[in-house]
Design a binder for this molecule. Sequence first.
Ligand code: CA
Ligand code: CA
Ligand code: CA
Length: 411
Amino acid sequence: MKKIIFVLVISMVFIGWSYWKGDPDNINLNPGISGESDRILVKFYPGTKDKDEIIKSHGLVKIGDVLKGKWSVIKVPKWKKASRVLNELLQDRRVVWAEIDQKAWIVGEVVPNDTLFGQQWYLKNRGTITGSVEGADVKATYGWDYTKGDENLTIAVVDTGVDYTHPDLENKVIKGYDFVNTDSDPMDDHGHGTMVAGIAGAQSNNGEGIAGVCWNCKILAIKVLDSGGMGYYSWIADGIEYAVDQGAKVINISAGGTGPGIVLEDALDYAWRNNVVVVAAAGNESRQLLYPAAYSPKCISVGATDYADERAHFSNFGPNLDISAPGVEIVSTFPGGTYAVGNGTSFATPIVSGAAALLLSLKPNLTPDQVRKTLLFTSDDVNSTSLPGFDYYLGYGRLNLQTLFSPIHLE
Ligand SMILES: [Ca+2]
Ligand SMILES: [Ca+2]
Ligand SMILES: [Ca+2]
């Protein structure tokens, strides 16, 4: 068994409560989703006369026109089923097409009231931090307008454990297993796993601390790295398998080693076969990808960007790098009820895990391959000037939670 090199936390600066200014914005523009509609649209062949009479002959009443009269709007009477009316109209040889007049909603921002949200530039960058560029972020507030996550969906944090007593995590964490000390208490004795957990799914919009990417998802705490941040591949492989068996839909691995390990590949295959998405950190040595990240596409490998949408100088690279997310000065939960700031692909990875969980909350039937491709193909090619398209340094680009949900026809 080989030792793995813990993904380096380049700097970890503790921050005090008084340091931050609260962000009292709390705007919820999401009116919810309903498929109900009492209107039908019908399109007749060009030159069709007496459209109103035809509509009447079906026992219906026209209430308006669309696209300069190419389409008619019909109100479905209360005593008729829309689907039945639709079928009747579609069978009429004068009708080109008929469909339900579906509802759309405003796509607004959802700004949480968590007191440190203003410092979470990675979710919404207002350009207020020196050197930062407004909009160099993952557009989280726009993504939350589509979904805040399914409370029955679990993200496994396979890491140093999680401080499940943290006030911004206590209601979110399911205690899994500790493969380091072989006990059922995955308490974090390092700090790294608690930060990773908070980024992916801290309790959000609760007037406390930070917002997690997936507001409602649960965190399954699995300890595979010791108090020094080291863990054997076997622990990690066991942690992955355990996460799958416990029903996690997304597994976050913010750790990696320099050598390939078939045991890790086996664990990734097990997750893949069971439709579980694995997201892994590229590493922080500014060289080739660590394992398991290098096993992409069996996992989603994640590099780091900074607050100007440029590659973080430490972020590993290569042909198997999939996507990038912010990984510099990332504020998150820390053991002892505190908060800390960290740098590294370790902290970029749970942003992508949270995004995968949001996507699966909305579209639970997507396969790991579909989740991976949707994340990759909807990302922003932020270095398109110098490296258009996929490249070894940012992968497909920087995660974008606004465009992530746009391929609505994927099921
Ligand atoms: Ca333990
Ligand atoms: Ca919070
Ligand atoms: Ca590019």
